[in-house]
Design a protein around this ligand. Structure first.
Ligand code: EPU
Length: 422
């Protein structure tokens, strides 16, 4: 297994380009199942999760071709096995997003029920409720969700809100099922994340009729068929936010290219509040810090609120602020595996339920630590670049799930991150 050896503290400088969004690409890859023929998805990053999704689509009958230029060709002419097998689904929870498109295209789908993960339970009740509302019969057998609609799906008004707000992949699943349903579907309390809008734009390019994109009120007028298309996914706002945090934690200046600042308003606002400069520039921004960081409060919320996928990285930042901060996790109340690891690096974090009290310290000190999930690993990489000494991060495969060769992106900027065998 690979580990990272990180030497710190370092200063960064230069320019880094943000890749296409993982969380936009995954449902869009699943949506390609809706149209027989070859779709080309552009700007798809080389990530472990994307490879798992390619494996999943191939297991259903698709032909997948990867081009050097990050184009991904998905030929969905034949779908002869509408089954998401346990062995693939267990590797990536996002596999659940084949449920909607396969049901719409094949009238039947079986998908292994995804388990929990390091960030919490992760139920799929809202996905199922949404598909049932469209007329599917859903039951669970031997750990598989089996959904059937022998006579096709019919549009309906559906409320997608749950105890923690809307659901991103649940909205994606219902959207992908509804585009081929008879009549009009209205999704109320739809997730408004830019990745959902990107999926809706992809579906419209394929011939779907979706309006209200970007709002919690999506209207879908079902069409008879969709056609394959070429489409470029949006830049990854979470990767962009992670690079912003890298500039901030190392007290450096970085130019971040190919980043939609409009998708990161809550994050930019927090950075400015703690004393980090963010200036729009070209197709991205310049992020810099020269003085000490001020403490703040962060509450994660559905978009356009502060994203849960940047909570861990910002906890590393606040660990070095002058004073006490609060971090409140409202999306995944158990997403705090990084707390104990950051404390091993001399942070002063105290978890009280879904709140972490962050007492700022003068410096972080390197230590051997364990990556537990994707974003927690990113938080440890950030902390490692700021900490004094040699940090060892175990289980870096977690970071490879969502950041393409992070060491090869950060080292040219001045980081000292070395991938080694355990
Ligand atoms: N929820 C339910 N029932 C459901 C579905 C969700 O109660 O049927 C709850 C969840 O337990 C959670 C909340 O609703 O408390 C929101 O979960 P959501 O369904 O929105 O999460 P997701 O769609 O499974 C996506 C991203 C996550 C990101 C969340 C929240 C992908 C592939 N995953 O997950 O990304 O944290 O939305 O924004 O898009 C990551 O990239 O590291 C990652 C975990």
């Amino acid at each position: 297994m690979d580990i990272f050896r990180i030497e710190g503290p370092v200063k960064l400088s230069g320019s880094v380009r943000v890749n296409g969004s993982k969380n936009a690409a995954l449902p869009i890859m699943a949506a390609a199942l809706l149209a027989p023929g070859k779709s080309v998805i552009k700007s798809v990053p080389y990530l472990l999760d994307i490879s798992v999704c390619e494996e999943l689509l191939a297991s259903l009958g698709c032909k997948i071709e990867r081009k050097e230029n990050r184009d991904l060709h998905i030929d969905a002419t034949t779908i002869d096995n509408p089954v998401g097998e346990y062995d693939i689904v267990r590797k990536m929870r996002a596999s659940i997003c084949i449920l909607g498109p396969l049901l719409a295209r094949c009238n039947r789908v079986e998908v292994s029920m995804p388990g929990g993960c390091a960030i919490g339970d992760r139920p799929v009740n809202l996905h199922i409720r949404g598909l049932e509302a469209l007329g599917a019969k859903v039951h669970l057998k031997n750990g598989y969700i089996i959904a059937e609609a022998p006579n096709g799906l019919t549009g309906k008004e559906i409320f997608m809100g749950g105890p923690f707000g809307s659901t991103v992949l649940g909205t994606a699943n219902v959207l992908m099922a509804a585009v081929l349903a008879k009549g009009r579907t209205v999704i109320e309390s739809a997730a408004c994340e830019p990745e959902v809008s990107d999926l809706a734009n992809f579906l419209n390019k394929m011939g779907a009729k979706i309006s209200g994109i970007g709002s919690p009120h999506l209207i879908i007028d079902g069409v008879k068929e969709l056609h394959p298309v070429e489409y470029e996914v949006i830049p990854d706002r979470i990767e962009a936010g992670t690079f912003m945090a890298a500039a901030a934690i190392t007290e450096s200046e970085l130019t971040i290219e190919h980043c939609q600042l409009g998708d990161l308003m809550a994050v930019v606002e927090k950075l400015r509040e703690i004393g980090v400069n963010v200036e729009p520039s070209g197709n991205g921004c310049v992020v810099s810090r020269t003085g000490p960081m001020k403490p703040t409060d962060i509450t994660t919320q559905p978009y356009p609120g502060f994203p849960t996928d940047l909570q861990a990285q910002f906890m590393s930042l606040l660990a070095l602020a002058k004073g006490n901060s609060f971090v409140i996790e409202k999306i995944f109340p158990d997403r705090f595996m990084h707390v104990a690891e950051l404390n091993r690096m001399a942070a002063d974090l105290r978890k009280e339920g879904q709140i972490v009290i962050v007492a700022g310290v003068e410096k972080l000190i390197a230590a051997p630590v364990m990556a537990s999930d994707l974003r927690a690993s990113a938080a440890l990489v950030l902390a490692g670049m700021a900490a004094e000494g040699t940090t060892i991060i175990n289980r870096v495969y977690h970071i490879d799930r969502g950041y393409e060769k992070i060491e090869e992106r950060l080292n040219p900027l001045g980081a000292k991150i070395f991938r080694e065998k355990e």
